[in-house]
Design a protein around this ligand. Structure first.
Ligand SMILES: *Cc1c(COP(=O)(O)O)cnc(C)c1O
Length: 405
């Protein structure tokens, strides 16, 4: 999964280019930087490869989401529909712009269920935000149709799916805008970083300014820039962009390695009739950072998790149902509306009402799923052995169940 497994000479070279000039900032210092613009270069490279008009780099996936929500005009009084299975950053950003996160169930795609989205639409709905979890796409045709019918913004949280596609289009480039994360455990990493992609000039200009104190970047120097609106400092540094550029140039190699490992592991697990796999709206576009698989019941799944832990083969596997950071069930802070800043009581109540809804349809899927991370390093033989160990644990649990039945 993570690009950090394959750091090398290229990353060092691009960082050294920046160190040679000493200009660590992505804006300004035109003369002193001697033509070295790593952030601009990476933005242009992403535009070219992903076929989109605009890319804007920022300091993280979280700040990318916050920035683009502001650029989309999302704020107080608005509702943003998002799935119950994601990383906490997805709702943090909605709350940071003053909007209400409206959580909806996921299905066996591990992404938002389009029927649940339809049911969640109210007059306050402004945006639908699918999260392309674990390297693969949500049902974008269905979601695009819903957004068109109801005149809603479509924002793709593609932070976990850099390089994955849906029907030939890169994730993030399909909706009004999309976001990526380059944090340390993502497919392409630069330590900390993120990006906004869009084909809309207004969203690009808004994002570019918002993430740099509102600078319009039109002055002869930074001091002469105007500030058409308020903003923050969510800038990426040239050092981070340099690492990102080196990693981005290897994206195809990373994805190819993941796809090979994924296929090897899946072939072994598929030998067990009780194991089923995540449903993929576009299987060919899966970046294969993970293999997600299901067992028929919650009980069996939890027994398999326990058995894998007992056999010391759990490393690199995830049972999201029990996970503190990725699934609604353990988001106590959101359910209680605990923040360090004072929220208006009505706003807090609206957030809490959303977080405490019935998510039994999500539970029914998430409680039966196990996700295995696909590393970039293993050989085919190692991947096969990994699969065989999992299969042996599953078979042991199934056999014990048959005896007790
Ligand atoms: C990682 C991630 C983010 C946030 O990215 P950071 O760069 O860590 O801030 C947002 N959404 C999802 C789905 C993520 O996985």
């Amino acid at each position: 999964m993570p690009g950090f497994e394959l750091f090398g000479a290229d990353e060092r070279k691009h960082v050294n280019d920046v160190m040679e000039t000493g200009i660590l900032m992505r804006f300004g210092f035109d003369g002193a930087r001697k033509g070295i613009w790593k952030a601009k270069e990476l933005e242009a490279a992403i535009n070219k490869k992903f076929g989109c008009q605009y890319t804007h780099l920022v300091s993280s996936g979280t700040t990318a989401l916050t920035t683009v929500m502001s650029a989309l005009g999302i704020g107080y009084g608005d509702e943003v529909i998002m799935p119950t299975f994601t990383f906490v950053a997805s709702f943090e950003c909605i709350i940071s712009v003053g909007a209400v996160p409206v959580l909806v169930d996921v299905d066996d795609t591990l992404t938002m269920n389009p029927d649940a989205v339809r049911k969640a639409i109210t007059p306050k709905t402004k945006c639908v935000m699918p999260v392309h979890m674990c390297g693969a796409a949500a049902d974008m045709d269905a979601l695009r149709q819903i957004c068109k019918e109801h005149n809603l913004l479509l924002l793709e949280d593609a932070c976990q799916s850099f390089g994955a596609t849906y029907k030939g289009k890169y994730l993030g480039t399909i909706g009004d805008a999309g976001t990526f994360s380059f944090d340390f455990v993502k497919t392409v990493t630069c330590g900390e970083g993120g990006a906004i992609v869009t084909n809309r000039e207004d969203i690009y200009i808004g994002s570019d300014g918002f993430s740099d104190h509102g600078h319009d970047h039109k002055g002869v120097d930074r001091g002469a820039d105007l500030h058409p609106f308020l903003g923050y400092n969510f800038r990426i540094s040239e050092l981070h962009a340099a690492v990102g550029l080196a990693q981005f140039n290897r994206l195809d190699e990373f994805v190819a390695k993941q796809r090979a490992g994924h296929a090897q592991l899946k072939a072994v697990l598929a030998q067990v009739p009780e194991i089923s796999f995540r449903r993929l709206p576009d299987e060919a576009g899966d970046s294969c950072t993970f293999l997600s698989w299901f067992l028929p019941t919650t009980e069996l799944t939890q027994a398999v998790v326990a058995e894998m832990k007992a056999q010391n083969i759990w490393g690199g596997n995830f049972y999201w149902f029990d996970h503190n950071w990725h699934y609604i069930r353990k988001w106590e802070h959101l359910k209680k509306g605990v923040t360090l800043n004072a929220l208006h009581p009505e706003y807090k109540a609206a957030i809490m009402a959303q977080a405490n809804k019935d998510f039994s349809a999500s539970d029914a899927v998430m409680s039966r799923g196990i996700t295995t991370q696909i590393s970039l390093m293993p050989t085919e033989q190692q991947m096969k052995e990994k699969g065989e160990k999992i299969v042996s644990a599953v078979k042991k649990v199934l056999a014990a169940q048959k005896i007790s039945a």
